[in-house]
Design a binder for this molecule. Structure first.
Ligand code: ADE
Ligand code: ZN
Length: 341
C-alpha cells in the first residue's frame, strides 16, 4: 500500500456502526477494574489473559468476552470503558459512533439497568462535548437467551428510552435464528426504535433473509455469507441495505483463514452498501484504522475509490440526522479533493 493511501485511510472522517462496547475492554482495563471492584479473574496477568485470545469460532470468543465483562459493576466502570473507546475513536478520525451494549450480560449478574445505561450515556455526552464525536447507543438482545428474556430486558430499559436509538441482536448465532425474536422486534419497531441484527456471520444466508423479512431490520451486522446466495445479494443491493462488515473480527473468528481471503472487494463490486467496523477491537487486534489498514494491505485490488465509498457508506448507513450526514460527507469530499491528495 502506498503511503498516500495509508494516510487517506487514517485521516478520512468515518462512522463506526458495529462496535460492542464491552468488546473495547482492553486487558489492562479489565485488570484495573477487577482490582478496583474486588473481582477475582481466572487469569494471573494481563499477558496471560491476552494469550487466551486465540479463538477458533464465535463461541470460543464469546466465552472469554462475557468473562471479561464481569468486572463491570458500577456506573463509573461503564463510563470509563466507553470513554477509553472514544479516545481511540477520535485518534482514528471517527466522527460518529453507534455503540452496541449487552445489558443482559450485566443485569444477569445483578447490575441494575440504570447503572449500565447511565454510565454509557454520560460517556456519549462527554464524547460530543469534549471530542466532537456524536454517539448513539443500540441495546442488543442476547440471542442464546429466550424471547421472554428479551421482552423483560426491553421493559427494564424503557424508563431510559430516550438514551438509546435502537435495538440489535447478538451472541451465539447458529441455532438461534432471527425469527426467534419476531415479536420483540415488532414491539421495538412500534416503539420507534431502529432495528438491526447480526446475521450471516457464522449463520447461513437464510438468517439474513429472515432478519430482513421477519425482523425488518434496517442494517445487517456482518452479512458476509450473503455471497453464497446470488438472489440475496440482488435483494441487498436493490434495497441498498447496509452491511456492517468487521474484517479483523472475521479473521480472528476464522470466518476467513486469512485477510487475503476476505470478500469485501466482492461485496463492494456487487454494489452493496458495505462498511468497515471493528466489532470487538480489544479482542480482535485493532480499532477502526487498524481494520482499514489490514484490509487494504491484504487486498491490493482495493484503492482510494473504495476507501471513499466505504466512508461514504458509513455515513449513509448511520442513524444520524440528514444535516450531520451532509456535513460529514462534505468533510470526506474535502479529504479526497485533488489538492488534499
Ligand atoms: N457479541 C460481541 N461480538 C459479537 C459478534 N462478533 N457476534 C455476535 N455477538 C457478538
Ligand atoms: Zn458484532
Amino acid at each position: 500500500m502506498t503511503p498516500a493511501l495509508r494516510t487517506l485511510l487514517c485521516s478520512m472522517p468515518k462512522a463506526e456502526l458495529h462496535m460492542h462496547i464491552e468488546g473495547s475492554l482492553e486487558p489492562e482495563l479489565i485488570f484495573a477494574l477487577a482490582q478496583r471492584n474486588g473481582v477475582a479473574l481466572p487469569y494471573a496477568s494481563v499477558e496471560a489473559l491476552r494469550a487466551a485470545y486465540a479463538f477458533t469460532d464465535l463461541q470460543s470468543f464469546l466465552d472469554i468476552y462475557y468473562a471479561g465483562a464481569s468486572v463491570l459493576l458500577h456506573e463509573q466502570d461503564f463510563y470509563d470503558m466507553a470513554w477509553a473507546y472514544f479516545l481511540r475513536a477520535r485518534a482514528d478520525n471517527v466522527v460518529h459512533a453507534e455503540l452496541f451494549f449487552d445489558p443482559q450480560t450485566h443485569t444477569e449478574r445483578g447490575v441494575p439497568m440504570a447503572t449500565v445505561i447511565q454510565g454509557l450515556k454520560r460517556a456519549c455526552d462527554a464524547a460530543q462535548a469534549e471530542l466532537g464525536i456524536s454517539a448513539g447507543l443500540i441495546l442488543c438482545f442476547l440471542r442464546h437467551l429466550s424471547e421472554d428474556a428479551a421482552f423483560q430486558t426491553l421493559d427494564d430499559a424503557l424508563p431510559y428510552r430516550q438514551h438509546f436509538i435502537g435495538v440489535g441482536l447478538d451472541s451465539s448465532e447458529r441455532g438461534h435464528p432471527p425469527e426467534k425474536f419476531a415479536r420483540v422486534f415488532a414491539r421495538c419497531r412500534e416503539l420507534g426504535l431502529h432495528v438491526v441484527a447480526h446475521a450471516g456471520e457464522e449463520g447461513p444466508p437464510e438468517y439474513i433473509w429472515n432478519a430482513l423479512d421477519v425482523l425488518k431490520v434496517e442494517r445487517i451486522d456482518h452479512g458476509v455469507r450473503c455471497l453464497e446466495d446470488p438472489a440475496l445479494v440482488q435483494r441487498l443491493a436493490q434495497d441498498r441495505m447496509p452491511l456492517t462488515v468487521c474484517p479483523l473480527s472475521n479473521v480472528k473468528l476464522c470466518v476467513y483463514a486469512q485477510m487475503a481471503q476476505h470478500r469485501l472487494p466482492e461485496l463492494l463490486a456487487a454494489g452493496l452498501c458495505a462498511t468497515v467496523n471493528s466489532d470487538d477491537p480489544a479482542y480482535f487486534g485493532g480499532y477502526m484504522n487498524d481494520n482499514f489498514i489490514a484490509t487494504f494491505e491484504a487486498l491490493p485490488q482495493l484503492g482510494a475509490q473504495d476507501a471513499y465509498r466505504l466512508a461514504a457508506n458509513s455515513f449513509d448507513a448511520s442513524f444520524a440526522p440528514a444535516g450531520d450526514k451532509a456535513r460529514w460527507r462534505a468533510a470526506l469530499d474535502a479529504c479526497f479533493a485533488p489538492s488534499a491528495a
